[in-house]
Design a binder for this molecule. Structure first.
Ligand SMILES: [Fe+2]
Length: 193
């Protein structure tokens, strides 16, 4: 279940219908899909087969020609380099469509002068249309598994805005993996000379 926040205020929306309506008003599709088709950790082929009906329906809906499964874990090689491609404000020339199977992450959407923080988790489908400015970060457990759809077989490329606005927002997740704010323990170790 997603959590929608407005980082400029304390406003937070956790009701599915309210999230859908609020995002729909700015052109973002949000839906909850069933997770009971297949165990989340099944092979990519098994996931694509299990969700074939939804995948084909989404292809028809948005003119997508291909779908795959992205799997990111803390041990993924060059993880930080990979994440650094997505955590700066950018657009794409095609839609960014994700159905989250496992893990959590935050889509920051910068639309009409407002920043929306959408923390997504298992069962959430989010469709960010082409041209919409956004950036994405993983939660602290560095885990996400998702089905992706593409309009071009050669994949997509981020077009960075270089606005720097992404630096003003803390990528804090508050979902199931959240254990509370980090607090200083007050304990420090100093070497005496
Ligand atoms: Fe993106």
């Amino acid at each position: 279940m997603a959590v929608l926040r407005f980082p400029e205020t304390t406003q937070k929306i956790e009701n599915e219908q309210e999230i859908r309506a609020t995002l729909s008003a700015v052109g973002i599709d949000y839906e909850r899909w069933s997770l009971d088709r297949v165990p989340a950790e099944s092979s990519a082929d098994a996931v694509l087969a299990a969700y074939a009906e939804e995948i084909d329906a989404m292809k028809r809906r948005g003119g997508y020609v291909t779908a795959d499964v992205i799997d990111v874990k803390p041990e993924t090689p060059n993880l930080e380099t990979m994440l650094a491609k997505f955590d700066k404000e950018h657009t794409h020339s095609e839609d960014e469509v994700r159905f989250i199977l496992a893990g959590r992450g935050i889509f920051f959407l910068h639309l009409g002068g407002t920043v929306y923080s959408v923390e997504v988790g298992p069962g959430d489908m989010l469709r960010v249309p082409r041209g919409a400015t956004h950036w994405f970060t993983l939660c602290e457990d560095r885990r996400i598994r998702a089905i992706r759809w593409f309009q071009q077989t050669e994949g997509w490329t981020p077009h960075y805005t270089d606005s720097g606005v992404d630096k003003d927002y803390q990528p804090l997740c508050f979902g199931p993996a959240y254990l509370g704010p980090r607090v200083a323990t007050g304990i420090s170790v100093e070497r005496s000379a």
